[in-house]
Write a protein that binds this ligand. Sequence first.
Ligand SMILES: Cc1ncc(COP(=O)(O)O)c(C=O)c1O
Length: 440
Amino acid sequence: MQTSTRSNLLLERSLAAVWHPCTQMKQHETLPLVSVARGAGCWLYDFDGRRYLDAISSWWVNLFGHCNPRINAALADQLGKLEHVLLAGFSHEPVVELSERLARAADGRLGHCFYASDGASAVEIALKMSFHFWRNTGRPRKTRFVSLAGSYHGETLGALAVTDVRLFKDTYAPLVMASSQVASPDWRLAEKGESARDYAARSAQALERHLEQHHAETAALIVEPLVQGATGMAMHDAEYLRRARAICDRYQVHLIADEIMTGFGRTGTFFAFDQAGIVPEFLCLSKGITGGYLPLSVVMTRDAVYQAFYDDDTARGFLHSHSYTGNTLACRAALATLEIFDAERVIEANREKSARISAAVRPIAQHPRVNHFRNTGMIWAFEVETQDPQFARQFHARALEQELLLRPLSNTVYFMPPYVIGEEEIELLAGRTARLLDAR
Ligand SMILES: Cc1ncc(COP(=O)(O)O)c(C=O)c1O
């Protein structure tokens, strides 16, 4: 069968049988669906031999390229030993080693790992654990959560409750528990002459005012440290996290760090909260944890939280589970990912790479259609001036024609490439994006 026929047939079958995520399926009458035959490094290839530079790491999950030889080898080895075993009443080597290594990465301050599969499940777990901690310690009135304006924490009902994106939330409002939102420290909202740091400090006052009034019924504040992703890569100064930590301490409210996107080096340090020198009570991780290979998420927490559940009474325990909790293959992929971090001194190497990419994209930052160009670690974002309400879709389609996989969030274009992006690919990304901006 000719490859293009094979590709077209697969697309037809996909549109007939697969309900694609975060998609109004009717839009695929005009928007191309891309069938991917294989991946290598930063590139995805379709059946017709066309290639696409995965400049968004396949929804922010991929760190070390598609079909990474080290992760492949680790998985092949694990497949010959054990693919999965239930984690209730049983344990296995990869989950133990991964938990120990993650705890070391957090300097031993978050010593207990509870696993799930997706980011949203981790958020559900953190919310439930926080509430249950307060209940176990005699504060059952602490049932409410607070998040930042424009926050995104996932789309299951609990995670949606602390998400603040109308498009995702409004339809389901009757199903979703109430939560509160406070001002985002997003530096784009700073007044003229006000620094990102000053604005972060000013926004923290809104949190303080909220907790002053509502601390008795508030279990936790949940934040995406340094970068609020889905709302348009809104970036803030680490000062906000320092202040939020102090305010939460003052009012006995937990701090949940949702590092599902920002963890594993994305913001330039292994965890984003490291840049503020703080420690949350709960840390949610997923996405990059397996290098983009397999669904795995984890909530890490402190000994004091764990101890509040440790009891003769079963009901005081955390009776939450998913069938694939701590899946062996996923944990092994995560271990291989952490080994690459160590062996290739990735955090240090990324510092240079980030500077190199920033230099290459400077013409974009200076482009007349571009506003608020910003960068944190291995994330770059900017707003494009446009009158087109369909900008995101159009730009995505035109980028594909230029061999680029980009998915703007409204009129925000961002780059979040795998860390293995090379010199030629950086030039190609910068040059072709500039051309797309010129073309209108
Ligand atoms: C900060 C953050 N939290 C939670 C989620 C939800 O993760 P998942 O899509 O794996 O459920 C995402 C996904 O983009 C995210 O960026």
